[in-house]
Design a binder for this molecule. Structure first.
Ligand code: ATP
Ligand code: MG
Length: 389
């Protein structure tokens, strides 16, 4: 499918008003587009900075009609946007990524089946939707991780289980919703690859990101020459491209991988949107993941991004606001001291209230060499009260 190019001056719509939507809006506006955001929250990070903010539920027919009316094309910024809403919008406007690709990414069982179809290995798993399927789970999958098939993020909806009894209890605790049991694998590292694919099938990619998670949430991303063995760099890029091609995907897609202790690469999951692990592209690359999302949606050329600086991204969770005191009162982290370090770029999402575990912003660190970036990032982490890495 191809689309007539939407030139600056057109209005680009986005489903969801979180931080990813906000950074999409910023990128679109920088290029001269108008923007429309649909999000029920009056204080949503993207709604606050968009030309239009349609403040309704994601399935509200009137809200969807208004979004379609004012937007020339629509994208999405969060994974759990209801696929039927995207399907409804697609009757009136180009929508990228499409409802089908988003629906597959929303469902771990369908997602894994897609990976297998594309010939990309994932962790051994079993789908558990019925007591019979629970009983039939092979022993080799234990110890494992039970994950809800839908609506999981940042490690939510997941439970580690070592025995059949624990598995049964965990599934009962999740009220018997459809789940996937994954074998727990010995991880040496985690990485991700972001691609952008256009309406015409043209595709560009960023270099693989090395990711460190803490408590199921991304904490640190490191991107520089040598962050991963060369063979894994190529393999992860190839795998991501075949996953995107297999979906006939249009837009920005992130695929997350595990690197196992034996050096093999296993796909974990995908996100049908820009990704937290790609935030370093804003300051370290000549075109960011958000600009590529704009270009893909608008049908503009996708130029291969060039990373001009080694980079580290530190995620800034709400916990930082409570780091210096034992009390409940939030205090602002020491930004002035952090920003005194060369090559630090602060991104905050305009969320009014800091809460533990809430993504408040990120700090990108760029520099002349990987060693220098690392030294600065460790200094910044120490100032912020973050664990070293
Ligand atoms: P998000 O969408 O924020 O990435 P999520 O809730 O979808 O998180 P997963 O990516 O499935 O969760 O898992 C979160 C983390 O748990 C992984 O990044 C990894 O560190 C660990 N993990 C998940 N599955 C496995 C596995 N099969 N073996 C070992 N570790 C795992
Ligand atoms: Mg994940």
């Amino acid at each position: 499918m191809s689309l007539p190019t939407l030139f600056p001056g057109a209005t680009l719509g986005v489903m969801g008003g979180g931080q990813l939507g906000r950074m999409f809006v910023h990128a679109a506006q920088r290029m001269g587009y108008f923007t429309a955001v649909l999000d029920p929250d009056a204080a949503s990070p993207a709604g606050l900075v968009s030309h239009h903010h349609i403040q309704t539920g994601y399935l509200d027919p009137e809200g969807l009609a208004r979004l379609a009316e004012c937007s020339a094309a629509v994208t999405t910024e969060f994974e759990n946007v209801p696929a039927p809403a995207l399907a409804a919008l697609a009757l009136q406007r180009p929508v990228a990524p499409g409802a089908e690709a988003v629906a597959i990414a929303q469902d771990r069982a369908r997602e894994k089946a897609h990976f297998v179809r594309c010939g990309v290995p994932c962790a051994p798993y079993a789908v558990i939707e019925t007591p019979e399927q629970l009983a039939a789970v092979p022993d080799e999958l234990l110890p494992g991780i039970l994950k809800t098939a839908r609506l999981g993020y940042d490690g939510k909806g997941q439970q580690r289980v070592a025995t059949r009894a624990e598995l049964a209890a965990a599934w009962a605790g999740l009220k018997g919703v459809p789940c996937v049991l994954e074998k727990r694998l010995p991880l040496a590292a985690e990485c991700s690859v972001i691609v952008a694919r256009g309406w015409d099938g043209a595709m560009v990619h960023f270099p693989p990101q090395l990711n460190l998670h803490r408590d199921g949430i991304l904490a640190v991303t490191q991107v520089h020459e040598g962050n991963l063995p060369k063979v894994l760099v190529q393999r992860s890029i190839d795998a991501t491209k075949s996953i995107a091609n297999g979906l006939q995907y249009v837009g920005v897609l992130c695929v997350e991988f595990f690197v196992l202790e034996d050096g093999s690469l296993v796909v974990n999951e995908m996100a049908p949107r820009p990704h937290n692990s790609g935030h370093y592209t804003q300051d370290a690359c000549d075109v960011s993941q958000f600009e590529l999302q704009v270009r893909a949606l608008a049908g503009l050329p996708l130029t291969p991004p060039r990373q001009h600086s080694p980079a580290i991204m530190l995620n800034l969770l709400g916990d930082l606001w409570f780091a210096s005191t034992a009390q409940d009162a939030a205090t602002e982290p020491p930004w002035a001291r952090v920003l005194a370090l060369p090559g630090t770029h602060l991104h905050l999402y305009g969320k009014h209230e800091a809460r533990r575990g809430r993504k408040m912003g990120h700090l990108n660190i760029t520099g002349a060499s990987a060693a220098q970036v690392r030294a600065t990032a460790l200094e910044a982490a120490q100032l912020l009260g973050l664990e070293a890495f």
